[in-house]
Design a protein around this ligand. Structure first.
Ligand SMILES: C[S@@+](CC[C@H](N)C(=O)[O-])C[C@H]1O[C@@H](n2cnc3c(N)ncnc32)[C@H](O)[C@@H]1O
Length: 288
């Protein structure tokens, strides 16, 4: 209960809690907070693939492969035959060059991996031809999520699996934050809602075998291993304090993407965004 003394409001309960009780345990509390909670990092996706026990030569499709790092890693770690597809020609060019370089050191890799232009909504492979669909950090961008998941279902062999990693918004993301961030980062707002995604998964005839909610873990892992979160925080401070310096040199659009990328990582670190991993498989038709 605040006490009124000579025109000032003194919240004695707060003063006592903050500057006495809390102050007594503050150092100890901070020591506890300095200790890692052992967050999982991106390598966990490969651990999940290992659990699937795919045979050497099994077929994987990396949907939205970007510059091809993960497709190459999947082939190296698990001896899979991998096709990476992406709609951005620059990505396919870089991935192909990297593959040529890697193939010089690992003969056989070149014939196990291919990269080509393509999109999640129209996968360039036959039905029931894929053992593993790998789709990491792509589906926020897809206008027609139902079609993408229907494509995953179409190309999976019976017994095949899809491993989907995707970011979602949480209740902590304020509407004004979402309305700037999501279009700036090319995200379809509905796709950032787990219910919407899970309805598309069901409608496609896929079932969710596992759903792992990562929350802040990858953000913590990045900060603990490379200081990535702190670097993004510092970059966002500089971008916000002196926008014109960066806009003049790199242009408004690139400024917005740089700020959006920083906020993306910061928001994940403080729980406004949360990534999920789904392991999916074709749903068996009901036999009545
Ligand atoms: C954040 S990057 C992720 C790249 C890579 N999967 C990774 O995890 O590093 C998003 C990728 O999605 C790709 N992408 C965007 N729209 C797509 C679509 N309709 N179909 C397939 N990929 C798409 C982009 O070109 C980009 O490579």
């Amino acid at each position: 209960m605040p006490r009124y003394t000579a025109g000032a409001v003194v919240n004695s309960a707060f003063l006592s809690q903050s500057y006495d009780s809390y102050a007594r345990i503050e150092e100890q509390f901070n020591d506890a907070l300095d200790r890692s909670l052992d967050p999982r990092g991106p390598d966990m996706l490969f651990d999940l693939v290992a659990e699937l026990a795919l045979q050497p030569g099994a077929v994987a499709l990396d949907v939205g492969c970007g510059e091809g790092r993960h497709a190459i890693e999947l082939a190296k770690r698990f001896e899979l035959s991998v096709l990476g597809i992406d709609p951005v020609p620059r990505h396919i060019g870089i991935a192909t060059q990297d593959l040529e370089r890697e193939s010089a050191a690992s003969p056989g890799l070149g014939s196990a991996i291919g990269f080509e232009l393509g999109s999640a909504e129209k996968l360039p492979v036959k039905e029931a031809s894929v053992d593993l669909v790998w789709c990491r950090d792509v589906l926020v961008h897809i206008e027609d999520l139902d079609t993408a998941y229907a494509e995953f279902r179409r190309v999976l062999k019976p017994g095949g699996r899809a491993l989907v990693y995707q970011m979602f918004a949480t209740d902590r993301l304020e509407p004004r934050e979402a309305s700037w961030l999501l279009p700036t980062m090319g995200c379809v707002p509905a796709n950032m809602q787990p219910d919407y995604t899970e309805a598309a998964i069901q409608a496609a005839g896929l079932q969710i075998d596992r759903c792992i909610v990562l929350g802040t873990e990858w953000g913590e892992h990045g900060q603990e291993s490379t200081g990535k979160g702190g670097r993004k925080l510092l970059h966002s401070a500089r971008l916000l304090r002196d926008p014109n310096r960066y806009i003049q040199q790199y242009g408004r659009e690139n400024y917005d993407i740089a700020l959006g990328d920083c906020l993306w990582h910061i928001y994940r670190l403080i729980g406004k965004l949360s990534d999920h991993v789904y392991v999916l498989s074709p749903r068996q038709p009901c036999l009545t």
